[in-house]
Design a protein around this ligand. Structure first.
Ligand code: MUC
Ligand code: MG
Length: 373
């Protein structure tokens, strides 16, 4: 077998335009900054990871730029020269020298996993316990949009991709106006479609308890993180009072967070983003805690590009606890891709690319084109 010693860690910042602006609660993105991380082994194999947050640092404090600093100046030196087979020990050493910074750690951890799987010539899922499924349901997220544009996008995605599950971003405008907009959308599209909302933690308790029952009556089938991340008492109150399943996203960024949600019985579903969790190993721990408590898990996204999305797909494909589908549609938001073989989406599902590693190959011309000066 080729030499599995890590020879180098490289990072480059990409700015990849979106095919349309994506409106979040506090920020509208027109392009996605992505830190492309490459880990090259002495034997010559390279693996790829992506440092990504949805649009910018508003979500969790990190940005593609902070990840570059943390990886280049801190994590890389604890990584280079070691065998990739020591992966869990390497990650433990990162945690001794760098607190938090989970998105940065995820990008480098995934690049190491990918390099290791490619060196073994196996799909990434094989290093994560084995492949349990080959495709998963995939939700499409609409940014904050005027009603006519939302209608058009729902119809277009349904026709192009067979999408029947839609996530609507909320939390940016007046909750009364915003809830009315969403009720109109649901009332004017047919019953075969299902809708959920993501408030990105922006509502206080009273706003949530005022508007969530109205959104329930309008037909919303899942509430994602309506209230602040730390406030598990209110999340539990919503979970027990409103009668619509609640998904914890911002509230769960670590296994300890998952345990807190379980202990408080604060949610029905946990959104697992491999990025916010700090990588694939921590994501597996969150899934195990949720599974043991009987909670569902959702394969969530930070709007990763193709490499990050494919890694999250291999995680979901190797984790039976992901029982609540995925929203791993990030590459479709990009105007153009930067891999030679993109991820396939059809019939409302996303297909797990086959390996080695994530199964995707870089298109270096495109990567050069998107690289920030
Ligand atoms: C989030 O909070 O879930 C995922 C899709 C989207 O539109 O926003 C993200 C982040
Ligand atoms: Mg969310």
């Amino acid at each position: 077998m080729s030499d599995l010693t890590i020879a180098k860690v490289e990072t480059r910042l990409l700015d990849v335009p979106l095919f349309r602006p994506h409106g979040f609660a506090t920020y509208t993105a027109t392009s996605q900054p992505i830190l492309l991380v490459s880990v090259t082994l002495e034997g010559g194999v390279t693996g790829y990871g992506e440092g990504v947050v949805p649009g910018g640092p508003w979500w969790g404090g990190e940005s593609a730029e902070t990840m570059k600093v943390i990886i280049d100046h801190h994590l890389a030196e604890a990584t280079v020269g070691r065998e990739v087979t020591e992966l869990v020990g390497i990650v433990q050493d990162w945690n001794r020298s760098v607190a938090n910074m989970r998105f940065a750690k995820a990008a480098l951890e995934i690049a190491m996993f990918d390099a290791w799987a490619r060196a073994l010539d196996v799909p990434l899922a094989h290093l994560l316990g084995g492949q349990f499924r080959t495709e998963l349901d995939c939700v499409w997220a609409l940014g904050v949009l005027p009603l006519d544009e939302a209608f058009a996008e729902v119809n277009e995605r349904r026709e192009l991709l067979g999408t029947t599950q839609f996530k609507l971003k909320m939390g940016s405008g007046d909750p009364a106006v915003d809830s009315g907009r969403i009720a109109d959308l649901i009332a004017n599209t047919d019953d075969s479609l299902s809708y959920r909302i993501d408030v990105n933690a922006r509502w206080d308790r009273l706003t949530a308890l005022t508007y969530l029952p109205k959104l329930r009556d309008a037909g919303i089938q899942l509430f994602e993180q309506p209230t602040p991340a730390h406030d598990l008492d209110t999340l539990r109150e919503i979970t027990t009072r409103v009668g619509v399943p609640v998904m914890a996203d911002e509230s769960v960024c670590s296994p300890a967070d998952a345990l807190a949600v379980v202990t408080k019985q604060a949610a029905d579903v946990i959104a697992i983003k491999t990025t916010k969790a700090g990588g694939l190993i921590e994501s597996k721990k969150i899934a195990a805690i949720a599974e043991a408590a009987g909670l569902a898990c959702h394969g969530a996204t930070s709007l990763e590009g193709p490499f990050g999305t494919a890694a999250s797909l291999h995680f979901a494909a190797s984790t039976p606890a992901i029982t609540y589908g995925t929203e791993l549609f990030g590459p479709l938001l990009l105007k153009e891709t930067y891999v030679a073989n993109d991820i396939e989406y059809r019939d409302g599902k996303v297909i797990v690319p086959s390996g080695p590693g994530t199964g995707l190959e870089p298109d270096w011309d495109k990567i050069d084109h998107f690289t920030r000066d």
